[in-house]
Write a protein that binds this ligand. Structure first.
Ligand code: SAM
Ligand code: SF4
Ligand code: SF4
Length: 433
């Protein structure tokens, strides 16, 4: 059985696992989402047999041999952190015992205050322009402004890769339609710098685009699809022929062997069609599917799935080994903004979160004039991540829970902010909902 070596603790944030050296309590190594779940099973199951059964129940079928290979993989990939054999003397019953696994997510209170010394995950928005008009689109429809010069952006990100940057997500807008060459060049440069690149799109990925992105070294394309039902599609603002686009994109991307993930935004408008959609996606052998609850902003005309309904839906989705994340008001960090990374806008300015990137209160730094490291240490970003007590609005400041909320961070989407941090949708007292 796999166990942690002495002094190595485990913590999680937003589904990722961090290995921490207890002597200085700093998250040192980060383990991706999917592997994190497997690691949690490997470390918490009382026996190998129990681990195998648990993995099968969760819809992740691993044989004994596969489990052994995984253990060896972890030991090699994170030297000094794990050992194989007895759990005696390890931290297994300490930090790991605190961890809770909920088919697909895991958590540990210990790391609520975590913040990496250097960002490992940046999101770049090459353009806000988009040819679609999804009714749930929560990103700002603002102008791009004067674009950051490509060479300078590559220089900054390459420098960041030497210090810790591991992943670059290219979002939008529609990056493949309005910034294809820029995306292609950036992917190629990041390949050189050994940074993984992911592109999100909802449009047709043509054979030529897929071939060029494969040659540039893209690691994954995220397609978005929320329904295969025509009437729901109309309600979501999808254009005619959207499913044909999706199928053709899939074919073109597969031909180039680029890994694919599909993101599904779940709202009241498509919740009824979820089983049908997931059956369709599973039949297409999509490697990775994520379910994102709709983020309701004042720009979005649709409705969030009610929290109590999510449990009911999750029972139905268990046969796919999937869950819609439930908004837990608990202690864990509520998102990665400011802890793992931040967002770079088309003009080089940086922002906390794409849904509120148009509001100056949530922007800081500028890649045109500062390095990634300087921006990471910008006091405005630090203050947004862990707001000082003086910044809390009266209700939060006088609340006995404010330390818990400051550590898990605040969600600013839909907050009537005006310089003061207020109770949010994760408020333990339910005031911000
Ligand atoms: C902002 S889009 C950019 C890339 C591309 N235009 C697309 O739609 O895939 C990135 C992801 O955010 C999702 N998204 C957009 N608005 C959302 C909202 N209000 N709540 C949750 N997810 C949303 C999209 O479905 C997509 O999967
Ligand atoms: S969700 Fe994506 S495709 Fe839809 S309007 Fe927004 S940016 Fe465009
Ligand atoms: S968000 Fe709610 S629970 Fe948290 S400090 Fe403010 S009032 Fe208290």
């Amino acid at each position: 059985m796999l166990s942690l070596r002495e002094n190595i603790l485990l913590g999680t944030g937003s589904g990722h696992v961090f290995l921490i050296d207890d002597s200085h309590e700093k998250p040192e190594r980060i383990i991706g989402r999917k592997l994190s779940v497997l690691l949690c099973y490997l470390l918490t199951a009382p026996s190998e047999e129990a681990c195998r059964e648990a993995l099968q129940q969760a819809g992740i079928c691993y044989s004994k041999e596969e489990i052994r290979k995984l253990e060896i993989y972890f030991i090699k990939k994170f030297p000094g952190a794990f050992s194989q054999g007895s759990n005696e003397g390890s931290q297994r019953h300490g930090a790991v015992a605190k961890m809770r696994i909920e088919s697909g997510s895991c958590q540990n209170d210990r790391l609520s205050f975590f913040r990496l010394d250097y960002p490992v995950h940046l999101i770049y928005v090459p353009t806000w322009r988009c040819n679609r008009s999804c009714r749930y689109c929560g990103v700002p429809k603002t102008r791009d402004g004067e674009k950051i010069p490509e060479d300078l952006l590559i220089e900054r990100l390459t420098e960041a890769s030497k210090k810790g940057l591991q992943k670059l997500d290219i979002h939008g807008g529609e990056p493949l339609y309005y910034a294809f060459e820029k995306t292609e060049h950036l992917v190629a440069a990041m390949k050189q710098a050994e940074v993984k690149t992911y592109v999100s799109t909802k449009n047709l990925v043509t054979a030529e685009m897929a071939e060029r992105l494969r040659k540039a070294g893209l690691d994954c394309i995220q397609l978005s699809l929320d329904t295969i039902d025509t009437s729901q599609a109309q309600m979501l603002g999808y254009p005619d022929g959207y499913l044909d686009f999706f199928n053709r994109s899939l074919e073109n991307i597969r031909r180039e062997n680029i890994p694919i993930s599909v993101n599904v935004v779940v709202s009241q408008e498509n919740e009824k069609g979820l089983e049908k959609l997931l059956t369709f996606l599973k039949e297409k052998n999509i490697e990775m599917i994520t379910l994102s609850p709709l983020r309701k902003t004042d720009k979005v005309g649709l409705h969030e799935v009610k929290e109590e309904k999510k449990e009911y839906l999750n029972q139905k989705l268990s046969k796919f080994g999937m869950r819609i994340p439930v908004s837990e008001p608990g202690q864990r960090p509520i998102c990665e903004a400011g802890r793992n990374g931040f967002l770079i806008l088309p003009n080089g300015e940086c922002a906390f979160c794409d849904f509120i990137a148009d509001l100056p209160e949530f922007r800081f730094g500028d890649i045109k004039t500062s390095t990634v490291e300087e921006i990471w240490n910008d006091p405005k970003l630090l203050e947004l991540t862990f707001p000082s007590k003086e910044r809390l609005a009266e209700k939060c400041r006088s609340c006995e829970q404010n330390e818990i909320c400051r550590s898990r961070g605040f969600c600013y989407v839909n907050q009537d902010f005006r310089g003061k941090v207020k109770e949010d949708r994760f408020c333990l007292k339910g005031w911000g909902r």
